[in-house]
Write a protein that binds this ligand. Sequence first.
Ligand code: FE2
Length: 422
Amino acid sequence: MDLIIRHANLPDGRVDFDIGVREGRIHAVERGIEASSGEEIDARGCLVSPAFVDAHFHLDSALSYGQPRVNQSGTLLEGIALWGELKPLLTIEAIVERALRYCDLAVSQGLLAIRSHVDVCDDRLLAVEALLQVKKTVAPYLDLQLVAFPQDGLYRSANGERNLLRALDLGVEVVGGIPHFERTMAEGARSVTRLCEIAAARGLRVDLHCDESDDPQSRHIETLAAETHRLGLHGRVAGSHLTSMHSMDDYYVSKLLPLMAESGVAAIANPLINITLQGRHDGYPKRRGMTRVPELLAAGVNVGFGHDCVMDPWYAFGSGDMLEVAHMAVHVAQMTSQAAIRQCFEAITTNPAQILGLEHYGIAPGCHADLVVLQAQDAFDAIRLRANRLYVIRRGQVLARNPPREAMLALPGRPQSLRLQR
Ligand code: FE2
C-alpha cells in the first residue's frame, strides 16, 4: 500500500476500520489491514469522510468583497447592482488570482470538488476564459465544474443566449439560467424550455438558479421538472435555491414534490445565503426562505448544499467551510434528529457528488482516495464543531495537514491543556 489510514470512524457509523490506498485509489476498507505502507495515519477516534463537495458556488466573484465598494444594504438586489459595477473593471488576471486563492482555501478545508457558476453576460467572456484557465490549473488537486450562467437573464440581457452558447463551445460543461429574473413569468418559463433543449441537444447537465424569490407564485421549478421529463434528462438536472418553495402553499407542494422525484430533478439549497437574503420584504414574522429540505428528501429528491458566495457583492462572510454550510442548514431547517443531522452531512458529501456526476466517489474499494480526516468522532460532531481538518488527501497524497486543536489554559490549580476537539 502507499498509504494506510488506521482505526478510522466512517460516516456510515462503522468504527475502527483501516483504509488502504494504492495508486490513488482505495484498495481495502477493513479492520486490521496487515500490510506495510509508505505512510500511515493514525485516525483513532476520528471521522474519515470522502472529501467535501460544494454543489453551488460563484468563483468569479469570490473574495471580491469591497470592490469597487461594499454592499451597503446587504440585499440581493444591491448585490446584483454591485456586481454590474464591478464587471467592467474585471481583468482575467484578477479573476484568476482570486479564484486560485479561493481554491487553496477550499483544499485546506477538505473541499475538493466545486460546481461554480460563471457569468456569461459580459460580451468579452472574461470570467469564462479565466475560470477555464483556473479549472486546468487546479485539475490535479480539485474538481472544478463550470456552469454557463446568464446572470442578467437569458433573454433580458442583450446577448444572453449567444454568450451562453459561446461559453459552452469554449468548454463550460453545464447549462445555467435564472428564469425568475427574466422580464415575465412567461419569458422565464420559455427560458427553462430553451435551456433544457440546449442541454439535451449537447448531452449536458442543467443547473438553474430557480425561483430564488419569496414569491410563492414563482413556479419555474414545475416547468423545469416537466421539461426534464419531456426531454429525458432524468438525473442530469438541478434546481438551485428554490426558495419560493418555502412560501408556497402545502397543497401545491404536495403535487410538486412527486413531480420533481419522478423527473429526477435534484435540489440545491444554499443555507447561508438563503437565510441571509430571503424574507427581506417581510415584517414579523419573517420567513426563513430556505427550500423544504426535509420534505424534498422524504419525497426521494436528491438534495445537495452549496456555499454559493464567499466575500463577494452578495455575502461578506464565508470561509470555504462546507461544515459551516451544513451547520446552518441544521438550524434553518430544524434538522436536529440524529437521522436528519446525518442527512445534512450527506448533503455536503455524497449527494452533491451525485449531482455533479463525480465518478468513483466514496469510501469503498475502487473509489478515488479523496479523503478528509476530521478531528471529530462522527458526522454529528463534525457539524457541531465545524471540525478541524487534520489531513486532506487527494488521490492518496496528503495535500494539507492541520495540528490538533488544543488550548493552553493558565487557570490556578486546573489542567493546563484542553483538547478543544476530539
Ligand atoms: Fe448562486
